[in-house]
Design a protein around this ligand. Structure first.
Ligand code: ASP
Length: 326
């Protein structure tokens, strides 16, 4: 049998080197660009896109734009899947995950953070004011308070009521697409922007899976899973069952597919297909990806029907239904 040691031992150095890409493939930037462009997940993307575009128009950076964009659902108490008013975990605690990544390749994240309305801004502070990329839980909260963020109660009466209802059955069964039901449940916001110069940033923020186990962290704060930006290529972000995205490192995968020549649409489809091929429980859950490349081309794809996204391009900000695998 060819074991690993024999394989390495038998291979020449030159042979091994030829297996590795010597240089990252450079992405073909076309002359035809439709910029700026802002794309974000779900219905709540419309308001977020609006705020992000305003920041760009007022001369803010692309990083400012993505941060200001996702502030809108984070601060909305009626949005029950992001920031203030987010549905709590099974023990009644609202715990938030967020990440942000800029054109310089720098990134910051927070996970399992409580009491702060704008976790994306704490993530940005982690990125800019610490040598770290990810801070979690009590340490992240202490850092936020030190940075001047206010400690608040994020559990709104309507989220508490929903939790108490859930407790009656306490059945741990994630549902597909409850987030766009008329009861105003929504989902993670992932927002990507390319400014008029072609610089790219992204942000992703969520209260995570409703009624999750206390301490559970999803894909959203994990760079490469819930969000990835490569200023040479494009960006991607995800929503839905974070465990499936984490196990396939989805957003990084989408960006790598684009680097290797796929359009954003083809790249999102290929990343969803990877989940289908690798993870047998894919039929039960929703995952949606959105992506944009450096030329301003966009794409979106989901496992199940019912995913939508907001696209702001060419002066128009509109909701679009994503195609899906099933
Ligand atoms: N992806 C998020 C998570 O798993 C939640 C969601 O988008 O529904 O935490």
């Amino acid at each position: 049998m060819l074991n690993r040691r024999k394989f390495i031992g038998g291979a020449t150095a030159a042979g091994l080197v030829s297996l590795l890409p010597l240089k990252l493939k450079s992405f073909p930037v076309s002359g035809k660009k439709d910029l700026p462009v802002i794309i974000s997940t779900w219905n709540h993307g419309i308001g977020a896109n609006e705020a992000a575009m305003k920041t760009l128009e007022n001369g803010g950076s692309v990083l400012d734009a993505v941060e200001h964009g996702v502030w809108v659902p984070e601060g909305d108490p009626n949005n029950m899947s992001v920031g203030l008013g987010g549905l709590p975990d099974r023990d009644g605690f609202v715990t938030l995950d967020a990440s942000i990544m800029g054109p310089d390749g720098n990134a910051g994240s927070v996970a399992f953070l409580q009491h702060i309305v704008h976790p994306v801004s704490v993530a940005r502070k982690v990125m800019e004011d610490t040598p770290h990329e990810l801070m979690v839980g009590e340490g992240a909260l202490q850092f936020a308070l030190k940075m001047g963020f206010k400690k608040e109660n994020l559990l709104t009466p309507q989220a508490e009521k929903a939790w108490k209802n859930w407790l009656k059955k306490a059945k741990y069964e994630p549902q597909i697409n409850w987030e766009n039901e008329p009861n105003k449940y929504h989902d993670t916001i992932g927002l990507l922007a390319v400014d008029k110069n072609g610089d790219i940033a992204g942000a992703c923020t969520t209260s995570g899976l409703a009624f999750k186990m206390h301490g559970r962290v999803g894909d959203s704060p994990i760079i490469g899973a819930g969000l990835y930006v490569d200023n040479e290529v494009g960006a991607a972000t995800s929503t839905g069952m974070g465990e499936l995205v984490l196990k396939t490192l989805g957003s990084f995968l989408v960006v790598e597919f684009m680097r290797n020549g796929k359009t954003p649409q083809e790249a999102c489809e290929a990343a969803v297909k990877r989940i289908v091929e690798k993870l047998p429980d894919n039929k039960k859950y929703q995952v949606g990806y959105i992506a944009v490349n450096k030329n301003g081309e966009t794409g979106a794809y989901s496992l199940q029907k019912g995913f939508n996204y907001a696209l702001y391009q060419g002066g128009e900000n509109k909701l679009i239904d994503s195609k899906s695998y099933y």
